[in-house]
Design a protein around this ligand. Structure first.
Ligand SMILES: C[S@@+](CC[C@H](N)C(=O)[O-])C[C@H]1O[C@@H](n2cnc3c(N)ncnc32)[C@H](O)[C@@H]1O
Length: 312
């Protein structure tokens, strides 16, 4: 299925709602944000050149550098499968692996919807020539079916799974759906490491972070795949439905579709592409606690980002 088909299908599947007299199409599924090399590259630009670097990546790297050894000690095994779901270009996995004690052996399984990222992560980890890594096997897979892969990776020698779920990916969609899937894929002894932002001040604040033109540069590729040109749409961000929404306002009358499936956009219609929820620490603990008995929270020095070490 090409990208246009994927987005049109999502538009048709989800339909629209009317908000204050405006037709709003919501296709805020993270699988659409990374489905072409252009989208993946535009995300990397945002990751390297916006608040994302300081507020997410740098904080998570610091936490991984300082805590990987402790997390591994907690496992009580010297051989495990390291699975990163939504691995992107692999900088977090590389940091985790570089911090492993010498006597630990891992099999590394990156899972991502983006074939561009899967190639990058595979090369990055191979090029570490780490004595800790005995196998690398990547999977191009969406969040819908990762549980089948995760459960199939255990072997007699490598029984335990350590799952990385980083970069605030958990709050870029419906949190309980994802936590349910993650916990279902795990057995006693497995560890899930969630890296996520924590809300500390006002609930709805810092909208300007999401109005950064780099978000437009990234998400516009979804609209372009439908056939829109940049002059036919306008990017903005807002708070709605308890989350931040990155959306486009359509400025023209445009028929979009493939085969017999069509949607007629009108000026003023809106298409929501990106969403992000932000929770206070107690809310995250409560939600994660629905699925995991044992949660350790390791916060960064700012208190705005944390690793949640979860066991069933
Ligand atoms: C927010 S980024 C986080 C990247 C990385 N974990 C980090 O911390 O730098 C989300 C990653 O998850 C992947 N992803 C997003 N939605 C996905 C989906 N539905 N299925 C599989 N991977 C997905 C993206 O391709 C991207 O690599």
């Amino acid at each position: 299925m090409n990208n246009k088909e994927m987005v049109v299908r999502e538009l048709i599947k989800r339909g629209y709602s009317i908000r204050n007299g405006t037709k709003v199409w919501d296709v805020s599924d993270s699988k659409l944000w990374f489905s072409t090399p252009e989208l993946s590259k535009a995300f990397l630009e945002l990751k390297r050149n916006s608040f994302y670097k300081e507020h997410v990546d740098d904080r998570e790297m610091l936490l991984l550098n300082g805590n990987t050894k402790k997390i591994v000690e907690m496992l009580g095994t010297k051989n495990f499968n390291l699975i990163e779901i939504g691995c992107a270009e692999g900088s977090k996995a590389a940091t985790f692996i570089k911090n492993l004690p010498n006597n630990v052996k891992i099999k590394f399984y990156p899972i991502d919807v983006s074939s561009y990222f899967i190639e990058q992560v595979t090369n990055k980890i191979k090029n570490l020539y780490s004595p800790n890594v005995v196998e690398i096997k990547p999977f191009i897979q969406g969040l819908k079916n990762f549980d089948d892969i995760v459960t199939s990776l255990r072997s007699a020698e490598y029984k335990q799974n350590v799952i990385l779920f980083l970069g605030s990916l958990l709050t870029m969609g419906e949190i309980t759906d994802t936590l349910f899937k993650l916990s279902n894929a795990m057995l006693d002894g497995d560890v899930l490491i969630i890296g996520n932002g924590i809300r500390t001040g006002e609930r709805f604040a810092e909208l300007e972070k999401y109005q950064d033109p780099l978000f437009d540069k990234w998400f516009v590729n979804v609209m372009k795949s439908l056939g829109f040109t940049e002059s036919e749409i306008n990017y903005d961000a807002r708070f709605a439905h308890g989350r931040v929404e990155g959306f486009y306002k359509v400025k023209v009358d445009k028929l979009v579709g493939y085969d017999s499936k069509h949607i007629n956009f009108k000026p003023g219609d809106e298409v929501v592409i990106g969403i992000h929820y932000k929770y206070y620490e107690h809310e995250l603990k409560e939600l994660i606690g629905l699925y995991f008995k044992n949660i350790e929270v390791i916060k960064d020095p700012t208190g705005n980002h944390a690793l949640f070490i979860c066991r069933k």
